[in-house]
Design a protein around this ligand. Sequence first.
Ligand code: 5GP
Ligand code: MG
Ligand code: MG
Length: 175
Amino acid sequence: MKEIEEILYSEEVVMQKCRELGERITADYEGELLVVGILKGAVPFMAELIKRIDLPIIIDFMDVSSYEGTTTSGEVRILKDLEFRVEGRDVLIVEDIIDTGLTLSYLTEVLKKRGAKSIEICSLLTKPKRRKVFVDTKYVGFEVDDKFVVGYGMDYNEKYRNLPFVGILSEEVYK
Ligand code: 5GP
Ligand code: MG
Ligand code: MG
């Protein structure tokens, strides 16, 4: 595909990583786990990951929009909230990629206030160099440099989410 400059992680590599993460998560918990996917980017990763978690799990979804306007604090708005109550539950947030960290630091605060027993994050990708706020990410698939990636759920203007790999989008597409 000419819009993709380079394939970073093939489907096989992502699937192998999901197996590893699933085994770690399975070993780390006992009993029921509430797995929360952040729409829409986390969907393909989460679909693969949950098949590798050998625990009684419940899945739920949240949709958020983030604004990085004039303030550096960032503002996050909940567009779709959870169906389940998180009070007293072990919660695992599943995300596609962590960039500034603003979305997840906000969300973990929200879920903490709602009384979750524990909150951990599992992200397919992270861009550590771009971080503005610290987020404690226990489960991470891969670290990427500051390049715009698409595929495996991640979009550019809502496109490319269906690519079965993670790749770098050619600059020509957004120039
Ligand atoms: P942040 O961590 O800055 O609050 O936001 C992370 C969100 O920004 C991700 O969930 C994703 O939707 C979007 N994002 C950050 N970096 C990239 C990227 O390289 N490619 C794509 N497609 N989305 C990104
Ligand atoms: Mg996302
Ligand atoms: Mg997006």
